[in-house]
Design a protein around this ligand. Structure first.
Ligand code: HEM
Ligand code: HEM
Length: 226
């Protein structure tokens, strides 16, 4: 039985080691995935470089047909996809790590319980605490949205990885690709909001928030309830 008083609505807590490892690994891998897409679609954009390949070969006395140029572009593009797939599989492993961690964590630490607690706090908040409780609940709701987005990314990503080998997955490959694509924009939106929100909280009323996500508790009395 836990008989501790409910923390104030604005309080953020110390995150467990597992959660911190997951957070930074996940942030790095998601950024890696976005980088592969930036390279694939913007920086390298191998398909649109075909005329440049042709010009370079012509300049050095050779010739390159459109078809040969495309084959070359395909090789470059496949290299980037290989990175995307391996980072994606690692991301899927971390998603599994998060899921298992949720299942093994004490009930109060699980994300669902923390979300419900924030909702309850918002409902019961005294007028003076209402704005803070709403802010804490909104932050949790964005996390819930992210967990949904990353689940969609992992599921659709795995479908794309195995679509060539499993006939059923092949049939839903196109739809999965579209969902995968659209969800990327939602994840980008989340990251912009999240990083801006965390930095804002850090410099205004929640000093030490980021370092708690890096190194855990500075104050041994603070409960490790995440
Ligand atoms: C791709 C980038 C990122 C993703 C996907 C991401 C994701 C998340 C998620 C899902 C949570 C909620 C954890 C939970 O309570 O269950 C979280 C919390 C947090 N993140 Fe990030 N994060 C990213 C980048 C960053 C960066 C760059 C910083 C630091 C500037 C940061 C600092 C924090 C902090 C301090 C918290 C705790 C906030 C709180 O207690 O309300 N994150 N992050
Ligand atoms: C935040 C994470 C991720 C982002 C932003 C992302 C983004 C994208 C985008 C924009 C595409 C092109 C989709 C299309 O137009 O059809 C793509 C394709 C793909 N993604 Fe992801 N993805 C992520 C995670 C994953 C994961 C977790 C996996 C696997 C487990 C994965 C596997 C794939 C595969 C196999 C393709 C198709 C590659 C090809 O056409 O050869 N992705 N991804």
């Amino acid at each position: 039985m836990q008989a501790t008083a409910a923390p104030p609505a604005t309080a953020t807590h110390d995150y467990s080691r597992g959660m911190r490892i997951w957070h930074w690994a996940n942030a790095t891998l998601v950024s890696g995935q976005l980088l592969t897409i930036l390279f694939q679609l913007v920086i390298v954009n191998a398909r649109s470089a075909v005329p440049e390949f042709q010009a370079a070969i012509t300049k050095s006395g050779g010739s390159l047909t459109q078809q040969q140029g495309r084959a070359l572009a395909h090789v470059i593009s496949e290299r980037i996809w290989t990175w995307h797939i391996w980072i994606g599989l690692t991301l899927a492993a971390f998603w599994l790590f998060w899921t298992v961690m949720q299942a093994l964590d004490p009930a109060g630490r699980r994300f669902g319980a923390r979300l419900m607690a924030a909702a309850r706090r918002y409902k019961l908040a005294a007028p003076a605490e209402h704005a803070d409780a709403r802010h804490a609940l909104l932050a949790k709701l964005t996390y819930a949205a992210f967990y949904l987005f990353i689940t969609i990314m992992v599921v659709t990503g795995l479908i794309l990885v195995f679509a060539d080998d499993v006939p059923f997955l092949h049939r839903i490959e196109h739809t999965s690709g579209e969902i995968h694509n659209v969800t990327m924009y939602l994840i980008i939106g989340y990251i912009v909001l999240h990083v801006a929100g965390v930095v804002w909280a850090e410099v205004t009323d929640d000093h030490g928030l980021v370092s708690r996500m890096v190194s855990g508790t500075a104050d041994k009395q603070t409960p490790q309830d995440y």
